[in-house]
Each structure stands twice: as C-alpha cells, then as structure tokens.
Design a protein around this ligand. Structure first.
Ligand SMILES: O=C(O)CCC(=O)c1ccccc1C(=O)O
Ligand SMILES: [Mg+2]
Length: 373
C-alpha cells in the first residue's frame, strides 16, 4: 500500500432525536472523517468517534485534528505499508489519543481490503454473515415516554434493549420496564454515574434480570469495579475504562468485568481490537460492539467488526434510519427483524456519498506525502 494522500474533513449531522446520558445530551454530531488514498486510486474511509466535548472521554473533534495533522499522518508516509497492523507500531510513540489513532488506522484497513478486493469482514477474520442488533435508548422526560420508546423498538425487532441510567433514574425506571416487558433482553448503561458508596443501591438492580450493567463506576477505574462485581449478581460490562489490550487483560483477570464492550475508536484501532478479541476468546469472555452514534462510515466498520466470533451479544449497531434522516453511505445500513446482513463487497462494503459529505463539511484539509517530505 502506497498512501499518497489523506483528506481530513469535519462535518456536522443533526441527530433525528436528541440522545441523553448521565453525562449530557447530544443533538447533533460533529464528525471527523479520514479518507486515505493510495497510488492506484483506491480510497479507504473511517470516522473518529470523538464528539464535540470531552464528556465521554478526554478527546474531542478539536483535539483530533491537530493530533492527526502533527503526529499521526506524517507517520503514514515514513515508509510504504504491507499490512494495516504496521500502523499500530508506528503510532505507539504517541500516548493516548485512541480515537484519532483508530480513525486513521481504520481508514487504512478499509483501503487495504479494497486493494485486495476482499470485505473488511474477511480482512479481519470475521465469521458471521449477519449480526444481531440491540438499541441504546437515552434518558427521557418521563418513564411513560421511555416505555413507549421501548415498545416501539421492541416491535421493530431489536434483539436487546439498553437503557441509560443515573442516580434518580434507575430502580423505579427498571421496575416499570420489567413490569411492562418481563421477558425482553434488557441491560443498563450508567456511563460512570455511581461510586462504591452506592453498592447497596446498585444491588437493587440485581432483581431486574439484566443481561449486564455497563460501566457503573468511574471512567478510569478497574479496581472498584472488581469490588463491586463481587457484590453483584448482574455481570458488569466495562466501556469507558478499557483503552488497550492491557486494560482488558487486567480488568478480566481482576474480575472487574465479565463482559467487554468493544469500541474500536476507544482502543486505538482494529489491530488492538483483534488482540483483545483473541484474549477474550481464550478466556471465554463475551464481547459486543458498542456505538458512539456513528455515521454510516463508522457504522459500516462496526458491522464488519461484529462478525468476529466472540461478539456473541447484540451490539449498539442500530440501522442508519435510527439516527439520521439521510446517511452518508449508500445503501444505508438496514435492519430486518433485529438483524443486519453483512455486506460482501470490498472494504467497508458500502458506497461513500462524497457529494453529500461535501455539502455537510465545515472544514477540509488535504495532506500529501510530498508536502510532508
Ligand atoms: O451508538 C449508539 O447507538 C450507542 C449510544 C451509546 O450508548 C453511547 C453514545 C455516545 C457515547 C457513549 C455511549 C455509550 O455506550 O456509553
Ligand atoms: Mg457505554
């Protein structure tokens, strides 16, 4: 792969419905897109999961841009690449900035697969031809409203419902959901809203037959989660706390979680993801694909990722129409009876609608090998 040009864009897309969690509300998405082009005319695409404010993690679209420009993109030209796994080694000297690294690395994976004429699924060693889909429902104004949403999403066929919880929006809410829907596959995501002081309160959640509780404690903790997991029957799944293979190894071995939420952007790319996947396979730890309200490009990557064998729980990989009036890929990601069919076409397997992207783009910069040399 001889990468000659990279185009970085920042664009804005309005969400169909605002999305509220314990840390804030998203109404629209500012998105960084990375397009890498090779000598022979192929383009690989990816998006950064970084959002506008540092409320989920420390990265934002504003920090991603200079990090890519100054530190990551120049490493692409250092030498030609034979495989995308070489990128992680080049990026190793840059600390953190996992979202930015992943966006660049994933674009190269797409390019690699397209040059080879294989799907991203095949490039990753994925197995499933279709994936099971769950939905993540934000905090609403009233329990009735939430029940209405769960009802309509269940009727659409989603295989699992995830609700966001926080202190004051938890026990009563889950009790009301279980009363109405005793048998649905249900889980709760706290986005770090509790502390170990809340153990007695969190133990009440054990009575709701939740598949798992996601990230109850601090974003940078794996120690207290191990204490909490010993005091809960419900499996803990970590999201915010896991940035690397090493984090996952420590968390699993400490007993801080029994399930792993994998967001490629959170762990710096697909190469790290494959390492984590292999570890989880050996340990028998189930995984699922998390979501960050991605546009079609990130969504397509998530669909390919979810074909890996250890991804045994439905992911937060709802179809395009759940988020957007019009997505930036064609066809859009669609779901039938809670299932997405995995595309067989090369790379991410969907066409990127560059004209539409251009119409949404606020900022665009082209980087070339020659200009950096
Ligand atoms: O993309 C989706 O539908 C999942 C949405 C979601 O839960 C989420 C969205 C933004 C930031 C963090 C999270 C999370 O999983 O914690
Ligand atoms: Mg989460």
């Amino acid at each position: 792969m001889n990468i000659t040009k990279v185009v970085v864009r920042q664009m804005k897309m309005g969400l169909k419905h605002p999305f509220t969690t314990s840390v804030g509300t998203e109404q629209y998405k500012d998105v960084i897109l990375v397009e890498v082009q090779s000598e022979n005319g192929y383009s690989g695409w990816a998006e950064s999961v970084a959002i506008n404010e540092p409320i989920y993690n420390e990265e934002t679209v504003h920090t991603n841009w200079p990090i890519m420009k100054q530190f990551l993109l120049p490493k692409l030209w250092e030498a030609s690449l034979t495989h995308p796994s070489e990128i992680a080694i080049r990026f190793e000297s840059v600390r953190g900035n996992f979202n930015a690294k992943a966006a660049v690395e994933q674009a190269v994976w797409d390019l690699y697969a397209k040059e080879k004429g294989i799907s991203l699924k095949e490039a990753l060693g994925g197995e499933y031809t279709q994936i099971q889909v769950g939905v993540s429902i934000g905090i609403t104004d009233s329990i009735d409203k939430l029940i209405g949403k769960i009802d309509s999403h269940t009727k659409k066929g989603y295989k699992r419902i995830k609700v966001k919880i926080m202190p004051g929006w938890d026990v009563d809410v889950l009790a009301a959901i279980r009363k109405k829907f005793p048998d649905i596959e249900l889980m709760a995501d706290a986005n770090c809203a509790y502390t170990l002081q809340d153990v007695k309160h969190l133990q009440k959640l054990d009575s709701f037959n939740l598949t798992m509780i996601e990230q109850p404690l601090a974003h940078d903790d794996i120690i207290d989660h191990a204490v909490l997991q010993r005091l809960l029957k419900t499996p803990i799944c970590l999201d915010e706390s896991l940035h690397t293979y090493e984090d996952v190894r420590k968390a699993v071995n400490l007993g801080s979680c029994r399930i792993v939420n994998l967001k490629v952007g959170r762990v710096g790319g697909l190469t790290e993801t494959l390492k984590i996947h292999e570890f989880c396979r050996e340990k028998g730890v189930p995984m699922w694909c998390g979501g960050m309200l991605e546009t079609g490009i990130g969504r397509a990557h998530n669909v390919a990722l979810s074909t890996l064998s250890q991804f045994t729980y439905p992911g937060d990989t709802a179809p395009s129409s759940h988020y957007w009036k019009k997505d930036i890929i064609t066809p859009e990601v669609t779901m039938e009876n809670g299932v997405i069919q995995v595309p067989e076409k090369p790379g991410i397997g969907y066409e990127v609608d560059v004209d539409y992207i251009d119409s949404l783009t606020d900022r665009k910069e082209v980087f070339t090998r020659d200009q950096d040399a």
